[in-house]
Ligand binder design. Structure first.
Ligand code: ATP
Ligand code: MG
Ligand code: FE
Length: 345
């Protein structure tokens, strides 16, 4: 059964054709990153307008790439939440038009659940449920208890920034382009991750609450501020220097990346151990990060926990994950109708 997936929740316009929730026939991603780079982040109005121009070509390319036509599809799946409302509506309208004109079932997909599905898609034979999933993306940093591809429950989240957002903001401070994750990671290769000991957030045990399980959660605003103060020469009252005047940019990048990876791995493995679960999935754009992948793999292995990551192309936004999870919903009879609405969160 062939499913067309459509994704337009943020700044990627994507379409893909996937067979039976697993076999990728085509994967088209038009990134708008270059258009948003001059603003240092995604501008919602700009994103919506570019999606409008890109959505039909993306869908056509996905069908052509798969060597099929609309008549060959079993269903059309689309990201319905969460995301920028104006962006979501572009993909949703396209999906509804195809569904209505072709009489095809319309399937609503949650973008975050789809990121998690991406981590299981390539290793379906190995992944066992329940497992713990860490979603680390531009807008989310949270842990989930995953009962099945279609059932997941959030068990912890960030108090403030998402990890990807922290990468993007620190990149901005260092004069690196948006998206910040890949740029920081590249600069970090020539830096020393132990040069600066940036803070690692740990949630506080509530007063009198000792004895129970340790609380789990994330926060990145303190780390971000620590980087800013370091750049100011250790005195918060100093002015912020221009990026080219910062001497230890590579060490800052490497030490920041290390702090983020350490925090993510510690909290994720704690959640798995507390739940008595020996499999963790890592998904979302930050799951591309090589240091995170290496640190998670080695520390998990020491605890007898298996870790799974999607291929980098399926970590960042794509429509393969939408078509994949869409097929799971379709297969279970979970289809939407033309009243389907987009939900920003
Ligand atoms: P959400 O999924 O929460 O709605 P989003 O769709 O914008 O947000 P993704 O596309 O999943 O997010 O991920 C984008 C984020 O991933 C950006 O913040 C980017 O900096 C980060 N990122 C991408 N590659 C890397 C990398 N190699 N290292 C660290 N971060 C990375
Ligand atoms: Mg993006
Ligand atoms: Fe995403």
């Amino acid at each position: 059964q062939l499913v067309l997936g459509i994704e337009s929740s943020c700044d990627e316009t994507a379409a893909a054709v996937v067979a039976d929730g697993r076999d990728v026939l085509s994967n088209v991603v038009f990134s708008q990153a270059a258009e948003h780079a001059k603003f240092g982040g995604v501008v919602p109005e700009v994103a919506g307008r570019i999606h409008l121009d890109s959505i039909a070509p993306a869908i056509q390319q996905a069908l052509d790439g798969a060597g099929i036509g609309l008549a060959d599809l079993s269903a059309v799946a689309v990201t319905a939440r969460p995301g920028l409302i104006g962006s979501l509506l572009v993909g949703l309208s396209a999906a509804k038009a195809i569904s209505w004109t072709r009489g095809l079932p319309l399937v609503a997909v949650d973008h975050i659940e789809a990121h998690v599905y991406a981590a299981t898609m390539e290793s379906q034979a190995d992944v066992r449920f329940p497992c713990i999933a860490l979603v680390v993306s531009g807008g989310h940093t949270a842990l989930y208890s995953v009962g099945s591809p279609r059932r997941m429950e959030r068990i912890a989240t960030t108090l403030d920034d998402a990890a990807g957002e922290a990468f993007d903001k620190v990149a901005w401070m260092l004069g690196l382009p948006y998206p910040g994750g890949p740029a920081i990671s590249k600069l970090a290769e020539s830096g020393n991750p132990e040069a600066i000991r940036f803070p690692r957030y740990t949630p506080k045990t509530p007063p009198g609450g000792s004895g129970g399980p340790r609380p789990i959660g994330f926060s990145f605003s303190g780390l971000k501020t620590a980087v800013l103060y370091h750049i100011r020469g250790g005195d918060a009252l100093n002015p912020t220097p221009a990026p080219e005047a910062i001497e230890d940019r590579a060490d800052i990048a490497a030490s920041f990346e290390e702090a983020v990876a350490d925090t993510l791995v510690t909290q994720t493995l704690r959640a798995a151990e507390q739940a008595g679960i020996d499999q963790v999935l890592v998904a979302g754009g930050v799951a591309c990060n090589r240091r995170l992948r290496a640190l998670m793999a080695s520390r998990a292995e020491k605890k007898g926990i298996r870790s799974f990551f999607p291929s980098p192309a399926y970590c960042t936004d794509n429509a393969v994950m939408i078509a994949g999870l869409g097929w799971q919903h379709f297969h279970a009879g979970d289809v939407a109708d033309l009243h389907l609405d987009a939900a920003p969160r």
